[in-house]
Design a protein around this ligand. Structure first.
Ligand SMILES: *Cc1c(COP(=O)(O)O)cnc(C)c1O
Length: 496
């Protein structure tokens, strides 16, 4: 196909390009067609005009380049061409006016999929966002006192109850939290970090680079696999401003390893009157000890070890919106609040509303595991996933028995998002093996479907891991798979 118009789509009818080019309607002519006048009542004239011109240009150049054209071939009438341009213009405008962000059903089994937006919000958090978006709220207004209040009051109250820390600041994301903390505490001075913790967390967040960006001097100590508290001690000078501990959340060093604990660093810091900061990455607030997961310290446990501040993400294990939370000593948080960067990185009202509602769920831990989708998916029982996979497989078998083979397979889900790298969550997947479509084409058609359906391709199977599929999406998967397979079937019959 040479482009939008498949002039040669039927080789019996070759296009007579000379004649067709001659019949191309004028712009004004097209603007008078009924389809276009309808568009003109909704969209700016300049925009419609520009699109009509570009459609005409494209047809003209496709005609000129089309090798299937032939002077003996079919020619299109002016009326036909007018209709074609009008239709193409309408479709283009629909595409422009339509949304680019589309719903995706996540059958990949990766719970915190950064490319798919990490955490889903709880119903309470969604409601809070709606409220904050559609009405005025007391964002920075103290209703008790009747005057200006703090934007951070909302999370301050709830977080101090949940974690016991003195003070908090919420910013755009954890990368911003680390940047703000480093720039406030250590600008122009030295920060000591273990070589085993100089991590990269997705593309642009690398500890050495964020260090440079915040104007600090990185002092590396120890080795990749072993760093002792004595290595930190030996690096302390009068230029030292901070000891930084980074949770290596997206990889594991196993075997002959040793990292100084936060408690050890806090003891060392006290000796030299130096603050210790812990970049926790995925802040776990709920005690997940009962579940068969790798042990990850909770924010409360880390704070109990006594660092001056802890930073963590809102949309990783916490299960809330994209945000960065800084918890710590009151005077340090106050200092950070005065940093001009704090204004540039400040959290917006929609995020704040979602964050507060998410945090409130944690007041009732049992409820948090149910309501917060990220926690629900991580802690959901294998048996529950198996039943759902069987049910979906059963309905799929009924719907597409001729077009595909449907089975269920054991699968392994992952937390993802750079959290709990070693955690393998046992799961079940529905496996689809299309009988007539290539795997490449099948998965592409599912991606084009609305809502788009993503899965994992393993050998000749398309796997949909049910752990990351929401209950109400099962029917949508059934519809999508049936539609994709049956459409292809119809097309084949038609062509055959
Ligand atoms: C994920 C992560 C970050 C970055 O957090 P964002 O909220 O994605 O900006 C920083 N540090 C650590 C240790 C992380 O795991």
């Amino acid at each position: 196909m040479s482009g939008q118009y498949d002039w040669g789509q039927n080789n019996l009818v070759k296009t007579n390009r000379e004649k067709t080019l001659h019949q191309l309607p004028a712009v004004n002519d097209i603007l008078q067609s009924s389809q276009i006048s309808e568009l003109l009542s909704s969209y700016p004239r300049e925009m419609v005009l520009e699109i009509v011109r570009s459609v005409l240009d494209r047809i003209r150049s496709e005609l000129k380049n089309n090798e299937d054209s032939d002077s003996a071939g079919k020619s299109f009438s002016r009326e036909q061409l007018k209709g074609l341009v009008a239709q193409e213009t309408a479709e283009t405008i629909k595409r422009i006016a339509g949304s680019t962000l589309k719903k995706v059903i996540n059958g990949t089994g990766v719970i915190l999929h950064t490319n798919l937006g990490r955490s889903l919000l709880s119903p309470a958090a969604c409601q809070a966002v709606f409220l904050a978006a559609s009405s005025y709220i007391n964002l920075e207004f103290d209703l008790d006192a009747g005057r200006r209040g703090s934007r951070h009051a909302a999370v301050q109250n709830i977080l101090s109850r949940l974690t016991g820390a003195e003070s908090f600041l919420a910013v755009n994301n954890n990368a911003a939290a680390v940047l703000l903390a480093l720039s406030t505490l250590a600008r122009g001075r030295e920060v000591i970090v273990s070589r085993g913790q100089l991590v990269e967390i997705g593309g642009s967040f690398r500890i050495p680079e964020i260090m440079k960006q915040s104007g600090c001097i990185l002092v590396e100590v120890g080795t990749t696999n072993k760093t002792y508290v004595e290595d930190y001690r030996a690096a302390i000078t009068e230029r030292t401003a901070l000891i930084l501990h980074v949770h290596t959340s997206n990889y594991n060093i196993i075997g002959f390893t040793r990292q100084a604990s936060i408690s050890e660093l806090v003891r060392l810091g006290r000796e030299f009157n130096l603050p210790v900061m812990s970049d926790l990455g995925s802040g776990v607030l709920a005690d997940l000890g009962f579940f068969n997961l790798p042990v990850e310290p909770t924010v409360q446990q880390v704070l109990d070890a006594g660092p001056s501040l802890v930073t963590f993400s809102g949309d990783k294990m916490l299960g809330g919106p994209q945000a960065g939370i800084i918890a710590g000593k009151k005077e340090i948080i106050e200092e950070m609040n005065k940093n001009p960067l704090a204004r540039a990185l400040r959290i917006d009202k929609l995020t704040l509303a979602a964050l507060e509602a998410t945090l409130r769920s944690y007041l009732n831990p049992g409820q948090a595991l149910e309501e917060i989708p990220t926690l629900r998916m991580i802690t959901g029982s294998l048996e529950g996933v198996r039943l759902r996979a069987e049910e979906l497989a059963c309905s799929l078998k009924e719907a597409v028995q001729k077009e595909a083979e449907i089975t269920i397979r054991r699968s392994v889900s992952r937390v993802g998002g750079g959290a709990m790298p070693a955690a393998e969550l046992p799961s079940f997947a529905v496996a689809v093996k299309p009988s007539k479509l290539s795997m490449e084409r099948f998965s592409r058609l599912l991606r084009y479907h609305e809502p788009a359906v993503l899965g994992r391709v393993q050998e000749d199977l398309f796997l949909l891991d049910l752990r990351t599929v929401q209950k109400e999406e099962e029917k949508m998967i059934l519809d999508a798979v049936s539609e994709v397979l049956s459409k292809e079937e119809k097309k084949k019959l038609f062509q055959g």
